[in-house]
Design a protein. Structure first.
Length: 256
């Protein structure tokens, strides 16, 4: 596996992830869409299926699609991200840059797909919600804890999937190890159970990349990008992912 393929795989996979995930939010919250007011569960299932699609098209790189997953693999003590790609600073940076780029690309395509509905909507908060998360009750400390817990669940279970599915290679293939469907259901479960307080970013790239796109795109009446909150869905998932990796290294050791 060469690094160029890793970069392309993570970029395309994360773009697909956000195109479909941000797309379902747009369908629910923007005016005059077919799915307007479709509800929280539609968003949950839409995001789960978005993860399914993103993982499916990025199996070559192990389908991290999330800096918290990449960090969790590092702290778990894994030797390789995928066979032939050793865990290290430069390879991790490659993953994270690709994830950020993919999330921005996905956000741009969501904007293009729903351009007329962005124009028809007056609610600036709803427009921002298509791109990034925000708390139901703003309390940075508690919001941070929610994101840490949700991301811990995601990464810890994903590492469990990876080590069961890829034990013989001594390199967890991340989200793709047992296929995309279990991870899709996991994301739905996290959203339904833990998503209420913050909208469950559980992925720094998924939140920060599209927030940057929101700030730069010519969205009619878009309002603020809420930068005062933007650190929470970055720092919380990174902490949760790192803690999950540390515990996985103890409880879910790599076979072989």
């Amino acid at each position: 596996m060469d690094l160029a393929t890793i970069f392309l795989s993570e970029t395309v996979g994360t773009a697909m992830l956000f195109l479909l995930g941000g797309g379902v939010v747009a369908n629910v919250v923007l005016a005059k869409t077919k799915g307007f007011n479709g509800g929280w569960l539609l968003i949950n299932f839409g995001w789960g299926l978005a993860v399914f699609a993103g993982v499916t098209v990025s199996y070559s790189s192990g389908a991290h699609l999330n800096p918290a997953v990449t960090l969790g693999i590092i702290t778990s003590g894994a030797e390789n991200f995928v066979p032939g790609v050793a865990v290290g600073f430069l390879s991790a940076l490659l993953y994270i840059v690709a994830q950020m780029l993919g999330a921005i690309i996905g956000a741009i395509f969501v904007f293009l797909a729903y351009k007329q509905h962005f124009d028809a909507s007056d609610d600036a908060g709803a427009k921002l919600a298509v791109f990034s998360t925000g708390p139901a009750i703003r309390s940075y400390g508690w919001n941070l804890i929610t994101e840490i817990i949700g991301t811990f669940v995601l990464v810890f279970v994903v590492l469990g999937f990876g080590r069961v599915g890829d034990a013989d290679t001594n390199s967890p293939a991340g989200l793709a190890a047992l296929g995309a469907l279990p991870v899709a259901f996991l994301v739905v479960a996290i959203g339904a159970s833990l998503g209420g307080p913050t909208g469950y970013a559980i992925n720094p790239a998924r939140d920060l990349g599209p927030r940057i796109a929101h700030a730069l795109l010519p969205i009619k009446g878009k309002g603020s990008s809420d930068w005062s909150y933007s650190w929470v869905p970055v720092v919380g998932p990174l902490i949760g992912g790192a803690l999950a990796g540390l515990l996985a290294g103890v409880l879910l050791p790599i076979a072989g």
